[in-house]
Design a protein around this ligand. Structure first.
Ligand code: PEP
Ligand code: MN
Length: 286
């Protein structure tokens, strides 16, 4: 039929259904509002000292959301797989001690069940973006969720994955662009920044950017973070580590705590230029 635009296959996610920006509120954190949510934390929860000192840095810098992996989906079965329940306990301690919102990746039914009461928000990683069973479970759980774009997924596939979660009644979905696989090998992935304004045209959901996994290179994290904010991202997801050389996972892309503090200062003028704010130190116990 000429002149009649076909409806998008992802109606709940689409701007055709909700023609403004949705806010995803998790405790004191609001995604999609004028304040930028800069999530930070170590790729993997390794031990108490590493987690608490990373969390203190996040709280001090005005961050509201702390992320650490307790269940790690690693490319190699011989790589560190995470501390599982012990890791969740440490994340829960961060929540109690600093009042930070805590996020962790879940990889299956078991980890979702274990994370349900320990953390405030869950992440579905790239490798699971089309794990439809997991998408439905997270949808049913009602837990706020960060849905990363799949390694080689189109924007439509990504939005359909979000639709799976929303179709189960969970409206608290934050999309995360984390780079896609291209022929380029100089960076870990290729950050598709055009996805940010495009997804914001297509969907009402908040969109954040993960420059750590997108580049895999520490020195590129700050420039791509600034670019992401300039492109309209609602927040960032940054990997940090007190001693990246010793990190059990993703050390090469992790910022030191000092570099993270510098990054937060470097973001301020860009945030101001797009009429967004960065949080001011809010957390308790620092
Ligand atoms: C992670 O967030 O540590 C991770 C494994 O990311 P991704 O799913 O984007 O590869
Ligand atoms: Mn990682």
């Amino acid at each position: 039929m000429m002149g009649v635009a076909a409806k998008k296959p992802y109606q709940l996610v689409s701007k055709e259904t909700v023609n403004n920006h949705s806010l995803v509120k998790v405790g004191p954190a609001t995604f999609g509002g004028s304040e930028l949510m800069v999530i930070a934390g170590p790729c993997a929860v390794e031990n108490r000292e590493q987690v608490l000192c990373s969390a203190a840095a996040v709280a001090k810098a005005g961050g509201k959301v702390f992320r650490g992996g307790a269940f790690k989906p690693r490319s190699s079965p011989y790589s560190f797989q995470g501390l599982a329940e012990k890791g969740l306990e440490l994340l829960n301690e961060v929540s109690r001690r600093y009042g930070l919102v805590v996020v962790t990746e879940i990889i299956d039914d078991y980890s979702l069940e274990a994370a349900r009461d320990a953390v405030d928000m869950v992440q579905i990683g790239s490798r699971n973006m089309q794990n439809f069973h997991l998408l439905k479970l997270v949808g049913k759980s009602g837990k706020p969720v960060i849905l990363k774009r799949g390694l080689s997924s189109t924007i439509e596939e990504w939005l359909l994955a979000a639709e799976y979660i929303m179709a189960e009644g969970n409206r608290q979905v934050v999309l995360c662009e984390r780079g896609i696989r291209t022929y380029e090998t100089a960076t870990r992935n290729t950050l598709d920044l055009s996805a940010v304004p495009l997804v914001k045209e297509l969907s009402h959901l908040p969109v954040i950017v993960d420059p750590s996994h997108a580049t895999g290179v520490r020195s590129l994290v700050s420039p791509m973070s600034r670019a992401a904010i300039a492109a309209g991202a609602d927040g960032l997801l940054i990997e940090i580590h007190p001693n990246p050389e010793k990190a059990l996972c993703d050390g090469a892309q992790s910022l030191t705590l000092t570099q993270y503090d510098t990054l937060m200062k470097e973001l301020a003028p860009v945030a101001g230029a797009v009429q967004r704010q960065l949080g001011t130190a809010y957390a308790v116990g620092i």
